[in-house]
Design a protein around this ligand. Sequence first.
Ligand code: ACM
Ligand code: ZN
Length: 558
Amino acid sequence: MKLTISALAIVLICSIVWSCKPTKTFTQQEISLIPQVQKMTLGQSSFQFTQNTVLSVQNNEQQQIAEKFSNLFVKSAGWKPKISTDCSERSNQILFKSDATLGAEGYLIESSTNRIEITAAGSAGFFYATQTLRQLLPAQLESSQLQDKIDWLVPTISITDSPAFKWRGYMLDVSRHFFPKEDILQLIDYLAVHKINTLHLHLVDDQGWRIEIKKYPKLTTLGAWRVDHEDKPWNSRPKQVAGEKATNGGFYTQADIREMVAYAQSRYINIVPEIEMPAHVTAALSAYPQYSCTGGPFTVLPGGVWPITDIYCAGKDSTFLFLQDILTEVMELFPSKYIHIGGDEATKKEWDKCPKCKKRIKEEGLKNSGELQSYFIKRIEKFINSKDRILLGWDEILEGGLPPKATVMSWRGTQGGIDAAKQGHDVVMTPVNPCYFDFYQGPKEEEPLAIGGFNPLQKVYEYDLIPKELDSESAKHILGAQANLWTEYVSTFKHAQYMTFPRVAAMAEVLWSPKDVRNWDDFYLRIRRFTKRYDQMGINYAKSAFKPAVNPVAPEKK
Ligand code: ACM
Ligand code: ZN
């Protein structure tokens, strides 16, 4: 009898607590998902996250994804949802369910007042589902301060989602200015929220070599450091003179690289390393001048150089052995299927004069130094392919004939991408307009100094990356697109964020969301609300991006 009364009391208390549970009917305007999901039906009620919420996962990969999601609550809510491998249905549950028919990155979310089911084929899909759930929760979730007055509600909702493109990229130039590992880890977190899946690191240029190579230590003891002329304009910085110390720079150790790669992988981001050749290599030649045509000497450049004539000698076999050694270490560090070898902007003045290069042209039956560049890249491609990787290069690699299996990054407009796709090669679109994020995004007078150009938010948002010139068969070769942040004029991570956000949100939507859900006016409202999340995350986004897009403000330099 006693037992029955206690049981009744428990039922009564539970139902009182249950009926007092906060619920809410969300309006469309309260939901700001970026990138926009493929399909969504909003219900009338809500699901509340509490410290008794349980994330039920089926395996270790899901557990790690659930762990990351759950950890979002620690600082802001002061507790975290639990994780269990018991997948039997219960109340107050986030249930992970597998469905092999969904695409590699697709997912479904079905939420009721009592349970949220997330369904995906693989771990990437589960990860993206948790990013969407995160965005459905109040922006205060992202705070590092305790938020004790918040009900952690998400709407009852039904979502079907998967990406439009598989290459959703962002490039950071870490050569012109170096950004330490901690910045890169933070950047990876920020990009992952936007469902960006590729981080291209431009590790090599005339102004700094940024990756430790064990076999060639001088690449970083010398090549990573330049004289500090940061106080002078980029294009009028004097070269290092004898006795002057090189104090500006930095590099990633191999341990740093392993950490960044693993951190990115667990956020479903692939890091693509770029090792420039045959040009943009003054930093490498400063350390190892024997791989140039002239023998040097060279110093790491503190600022701009044009044209780029100090390049690797294509006549010396030792150059190729040097590069193969470097690439071997690079490929051991980066699991990326794609290895970017640059290939852009080589002026072949030295090749035209160099006896070894001239001999190579003759022996290989090449017409000129233009074809020598093609020989160079094809030889490197053979090596990269022998390690089961794919060579990726800027669109100059089309000149003199594309290497047979290469993928092209089309940057000088779209023609390179069109030509490559028509020849049956895969392409990543990154035309300067609108993909170069070193361009201005607001009125020049109000903006920090930039390289030129004008790529405001709306222009990025309205980018249609499949060129009209391609038929549907060739269009399949367009893997996606990428925003590129070159950093000649960007020396701090705060400034890099400013150039990146919110434009990367527009790029993310171009690459993820189907055309029929993309709408500038709607995006504009969503991104404005989304900045509340940026504020909580501490992202330094450009408020100027929200000014109406006016006429171009500066001549384009690129
Ligand atoms: C490039 O902007 N030179 C690829
Ligand atoms: Zn040469």
